[in-house]
Design a protein around this ligand. Structure first.
Ligand code: SF4
Length: 444
C-alpha cells in the first residue's frame, strides 16, 4: 500500500503519474469551476509541493507537476482541506458552458446525470478502464468535438424535434455514428456501449467493439438515421475570447500558452479576477480558463491583465496552434528546450501556422498524444522532425536541438514560396511530402 492509497481521501488524487519531472497529479473539480480564492490556494499548494508548473489539458483537467510521493500526499490533504470535491468514476463530460449557454440546443446536464447514475447503479465503474469516457454535448458555443470519448451524445435539431446523435469512439470528426435517439434511448444506448466495453475487459475501448455489436446498438430504439438529421449543432470554437451567456452575462475565455503556466502567474491572474468581481473560474477543454460572474465592464481589464502576464487572450494567437510540453529544463526527460523553441516559432512563423505543430521534449509526447502535421521531438540525435505522426514516429530529419526553430523557419520559407493560390499551409505540407519537408528542415 502506498502513501496515496493509505490516505484514503480524494481518490482522483490517489494515483499520481510518473513523468520526467516527477509525479503529476490531475484533478477535475466536480462542479467544473473554482472560486478565484480556491484557485489561488491551489496554485499556492502547487508552488509549495510541486515544481510550480500548472497545466490545463486539452480535455480541461488541471494538472500539477513536479511532485514527490511525499509532497503529492501533502497536496492531496490540502485539496481535501480546501473542500475541493474532485470528480471520480467514469467521466461524463458536458462542456464548460453547459446549462448557461443561450445557443445550446439542449441542456446536457440532466442526461449526463442520468448516465452517471446508471453507471453507478450497474457497477460499471470498477469494470471499465480509467480512460473510458462519455461526452454529452448540448450543441452550444463551445463544442467538445476535439475531445475523444468512447460514447458521444450531441444535441441535434431534426425535423421531428431535438435528438441526441449517438456515436462511439474517436472525436467529433471521426467517431462512428450509431443512432439518433431521445433522452431515454440515448441513456440506454450509452450504458449498453459501456456494458459491452466492460465485458471485453479493462483495456477495452468502444472502438474495439465488433461490427455485430455496433449494428445491434445502432438498431436499438433509435429514430431517424443520422444521415437525415437537419443540423449538426455543435461548433468547436476555441475557448478564448468573449462568450455571451444567459441573463446577459459574458464569460471570458483565457488560454494558457501551450497549456501551462507557472503557478505564480495563475495566482496573479486569479487575484486580478477576484478584484474585478469574478466569482467562478472554470477549466475548459482546449487548455483554457473561463471567468464568470464579473461585470461586463471588467472583461477588458481582465483580458489586459491576462495578456500582460503572458496568457493567451486572442483566439488567433499562433501559440494556440502549437502543443509543447515543459521540456528541458523543467522535465528531466526533456532533450530540447520546448518552450523557447515554441515561442520563437510562434513569433516568426505565425502566418503559416494553420496546422498543429507539436514540440515534444522526448518521444513520450505528453502535450499531444495524437498525430500532428509536424512534430519536433528531442532525442539522442538532437531535434527530430516527424511528419504527420505522433512524437513516437520516426523522424524524417534532424537538426541540433538548439537550432530546431531555425529548421521550422526553413520549412516555413518553403511553404511560402511553394504554396498555390488559396492553398492552406497544411495542404501545402501534404503536397510537399515527408521527404521535401525533411530536406527543407535540414537546410543550412
Ligand atoms: S514529453 Fe515532455 S513532459 Fe513528457 S516526459 Fe518527455 S520531455 Fe517530459
Amino acid at each position: 500500500m502506498n502513501a496515496f492509497s493509505r490516505r484514503g481521501a480524494c481518490p482522483a488524487l490517489a494515483a499520481p503519474m510518473q513523468t520526467g519531472d516527477g509525479l503529476l497529479v490531475r484533478l477535475n473539480p466536480v462542479a467544473g469551476g473554482l472560486s478565484p480564492k480556491l484557485l489561488i490556494a491551489l496554485a499556492e499548494s502547487a508552488l509549495r509541493y510541486g515544481n510550480g508548473i500548472m497545466e490545463v489539458t486539452a480535455r480541461g483537467s488541471l494538472q500539477i507537476r513536479g511532485l514527490t510521493p511525499e509532497s503529492a500526499a501533502l497536496l492531496a490533504t490540502e485539496v481535501d482541506a480546501l473542500g475541493i470535491a474532485v470528480r471520480t468514476g467514469v467521466p461524463v463530460e458536458t462542456g464548460p458552458l453547459a446549462g448557461i449557454d443561450p445557443q445550446e440546443i439542449a441542456d446536457p446536464r440532466p442526461l449526463a446525470e442520468r448516465i452517471r447514475a446508471a453507471v453507478e447503479e450497474t457497477g460499471l465503474t470498477q469494470r471499465l478502464g480509467p480512460k473510458v469516457s462519455v461526452i454529452v454535448d448540448g450543441g452550444g458555443q463551445l463544442g467538445l468535438d476535439s475531445v475523444t470519448a468512447d460514447v458521444r451524445l450531441v444535441a441535434t435539431r431534426t425535423d421531428t424535434g431535438n435528438r441526441w446523435r449517438v456515436s462511439v469512439g474517436g472525436d467529433g470528426q471521426n467517431a462512428r455514428p450509431l443512432a439518433a435517439a431521445d433522452d431515454d434511448a440515448a441513456r440506454d444506448i450509452a450504458v449498453a456501449v459501456l456494458r459491452m466495453v466492460a465485458e471485453k475487459g479493462r483495456d477495452t475501448h468502444a472502438r474495439d467493439l465488433s461490427e455485430r455489436q455496433l449494428t445491434s446498438l445502432a438498431g436499438w430504439h433509435s429514430f431517424t438515421p443520422p444521415s437525415v438529421q437537419t443540423e449538426r449543432g455543435a461548433k468547436d470554437r476555441r475557448p478564448i475570447g468573449l462568450f455571451p451567456l444567459t441573463r446577459d452575462a459574458i464569460a471570458v475565455g483565457i488560454g494558457l500558452p501551450y497549456g501551462s503556466m507557472p503557478a505564480d502567474k495563475i495566482i496573479g491572474l486569479a487575484q486580478s479576477a477576484l478584484a474585478l468581481g469574478t466569482t467562478e473560474i472554470r477549466l475548459t477543454p482546449g487548455r483554457a480558463l473561463l471567468f464568470l460572474g464579473q461585470p461586463a465592464t471588467a472583461n477588458r481589464p481582465l483580458q489586459d491583465a491576462a495578456a500582460t502576464l503572458g496568457f493567451v487572450t486572442d483566439p488567433a494567437d499562433p501559440r494556440t496552434r502549437i502543443a509543447a510540453c515543459p521540456g528541458t529544463p523543467a522535465c528531466a526527460s526533456g532533450r530540447i528546450a520546448t518552450r523557447d523553441i515554441a515561442e520563437t516559432i510562434a513569433a516568426e512563423n505565425a502566418d503559416i501556422l494553420d496546422f498543429t505543430l507539436h514540440v515534444s521534449g522526448c518521444a513520450k509526447g505528453c502535450a499531444h498524444p495524437g498525430k500532428a502535421a509536424l512534430t519536433l521531438v528531442g532525442g539522442e540525435n538532437g531535434a527530430g522532425l516527424v511528419v504527420n505522426a505522433t512524437a513516437k514516429g520516426l523522424p524524417a530529419g534532424y537538426r541540433p536541438g538548439y537550432d530546431a526553430a531555425r529548421g521550422i523557419s526553413r520549412v516555413a520559407a518553403v511553404i511560402r514560396s511553394a504554396r498555390l493560390p488559396g492553398e492552406t499551409a497544411a495542404a501545402c505540407l501534404t503536397r510537399l511530402g515527408a521527404a521535401g519537408i525533411a530536406e527543407a528542415y535540414r537546410q543550412e
